[in-house]
Design a protein around this ligand. Structure first.
Ligand code: ADP
Length: 264
């Protein structure tokens, strides 16, 4: 009958919709699982690299009966560097875990952002000076906002550290702070090497580095911008990059003045 046919068709369409939604969900889980697996495999790889180097260095010292003092010192210095690198990766990983909104609570305070930024710059200026890089801070107005200081500071210091690291000798870093009635805006501009267009969409990914060998030389872990982005997201802010290769880079951070807890 007509009714039966109609019901049959409806049921069929409903089943199809359901199965489509189900497949979509499975696909989503797959993507999530893949990215977790990829993360774990990346972490393992990054943690293993310094250990492998240390093992080679230790073994080659052990293989020699008499090690000249100079060679011994050289190998030990290399080992110390690898240990430092391992330390950095572990610290960054811990920061990243702390930035996971599903596991970490926000410690929100109403803070003077000018002071927070000044404190970070004071700590980083000596590092910049070693490369003859000038770090300027320009504040257009006093800013008060509700933020988690530890998390926000990690964002700012990662941005400024990068602006120093990927810069030229005698370069500059310009940090500016502004606000309107809803947001404050932090801008970090540098006179550095810049980021190729095709890399710009990837730099916030964990472990992504534009030039692996160069970044390794500079001592990067590839986690700094992932940490910065997570920090901004946890405050419901936004972060963007503008860069010209060979000319320099600007990161802009837009943060709400009033904190609104995000749905977990
Ligand atoms: P890293 O520990 O390698 O610095 P990040 O996550 O902080 O990792 O940055 C990812 C990559 O983005 C860096 O390896 C570098 O290639 C690029 N990058 C980040 N900031 C800058 C910058 N200010 N100028 C040029 N390149 C940058």
């Amino acid at each position: 009958s007509y009714d039966e046919d109609y019901l049959h068709e409806e049921t069929f369409a409903e089943t199809k919709r359901f199965s489509e939604a189900f497949n979509k969900m499975i696909e989503r889980f797959k993507v999530l699982d893949e990215s977790r697996q990829e993360f774990v495999s990346n972490v393992s790889h990054e943690l293993k690299t310094p250990i492998t180097s240390m093992k080679v260095l230790a073994d080659s010292l052990l293989a020699q009966e008499e090690v000249p003092a100079e060679l011994y010192r050289e190998f030990m210095a290399d080992m110390s560097e690898e240990i430092e690198r391992e330390n950095k990766i572990i610290n960054d990983l811990l920061s990243l875990v702390k930035m996971d909104k599903t596991t970490t609570d926000m410690n929100i305070e109403n803070l003077n952002i000018n002071e927070v930024v000044e404190r970070i710059l004071k700590r980083l200026r000596p590092i910049a000076e070693k490369q003859n890089i000038e770090v300027l801070f320009e504040s257009f107005r006093p800013v008060e906002a509700e933020i988690d200081e530890t998390k926000f500071s990690l964002c700012v210091s990662n941005l400024v550290e990068n602006a120093i690291k990927y810069n030229h000798e005698n370069g500059w870093v310009h940090v500016s702070l502004n606000a309107d009635h809803k947001f404050f805006y932090l801008k970090v501009t540098d006179s550095g090497i810049g980021i190729p267009k095709e890399a710009q969409e990837h730099i916030f990914e964990r472990f992504y580095r534009v030039d692996k060998s160069h970044s390794r030389e500079i001592g990067g872990t590839g986690l700094g911008l992932a940490i910065a982005r997570n920090s901004v997201i946890m405050h419901r802010g936004a972060i963007k990059v503008y860069s010209e290769e060979g000319e320099g880079t600007t990161f802009t951070v837009r943060m709400p003045l009033k904190y609104v807890a995000s749905a977990k």
